[in-house]
Write a new protein. Structure first.
Length: 249
């Protein structure tokens, strides 16, 4: 019998969620309900009993899914890391690109759940214990990326793989925070925009790949221009345009 004093979980921060049969909800669904409760009544004031009751799961099921209240808020990270492991288990011709695509996948999943992700971000910033847990979660992505690269590219210096994983993770997190906390949606990156940013990171760490693309252009079609530092930009542009329009014979 459920506790009649337990609150009903706010769904989308306003609508009440109808109770479901015991054990029916996924871990991420329970986590989203927990974030709604934390948002409505505070992290410290919300108990695991209230979360379980609001989610329509038994206490025993809750503690099979989560070790503590601290764990519940990051359930989607656990799910995403499992998806990344599955993705990396498949063959990829370009492991550098595979890491970038995995990071883009994470970004898109958070973008799809932006309202709940924004509520969680606010909660984490207000709660020191959750800030520490978030730092641990971020390190798990970075370690997953670097481990995959070191397995897939044994000829690459391990330090380069670790640095690349850190750069991809940092770029992803910077743009994710910008998306979560930004107010002007027209200036926020979508998944394609992040992919372009990570493509640039890839070429910084994979010069061989960049060289292949550069050498694909015949030498006869390359133009090398040298100008003094004092040259005006419009003069440089005009000279290059004339050279391209009227090539020497």
């Amino acid at each position: 019998m459920s506790d009649p004093s337990a609150p009903t979980a706010p769904n989308d921060f306003g609508r009440s969620a109808s109770p479901r049969p015991t054990d029916a909800r996924s871990r991420v669904a329970v986590a989203d309900i927990a974030v709604g409760l934390f948002h409505a009544q505070g992290y410290e004031a919300t108990s695991t009993t209230q979360i379980a009751a609001a989610a329509g799961v038994s206490r025993s099921t809750f503690f099979r899914q989560f070790r503590s209240k601290d764990d519940v808020i990051f359930a989607d990270h656990d799910e995403l890391l499992e998806q990344i492991d599955d993705y990396f288990a498949a063959a990829h011709p370009d492991p550098w690109l595979a890491v970038c695509e995995a990071a883009t996948l994470v970004f898109e999943r958070f973008r799809e759940r932006l309202e709940i992700v924004r509520a969680r971000d606010l909660l984490v910033r207000q709660t020191s214990v959750l800030r520490d847990r978030e730092t641990v979660m971020v390190s798990r992505y970075e370690k997953t990326f670097s481990s995959y690269l070191r397995r897939s590219l044994p000829e690459v210096d391990p330090v380069i793989a670790i640095q690349f994983a850190a750069a991809v993770t940092a770029t992803h997190n910077f743009e994710l925070r910008h998306m979560i906390r930004g107010s002007d949606s027209s200036k926020l990156l979508d998944a394609a925009g992040l992919a372009a940013e990570l493509h640039a990171v890839r070429h910084r760490f994979d010069p061989a790949g960049a060289t292949v693309e550069a050498t694909a252009t015949p030498a006869s079609e390359l133009l090398v221009a040298v100008f003094p530092a004092s040259a005006l930009p419009e003069d440089v542009a005009r000279a290059i345009e004339n050279r391209l329009r009227f090539p020497a014979t």
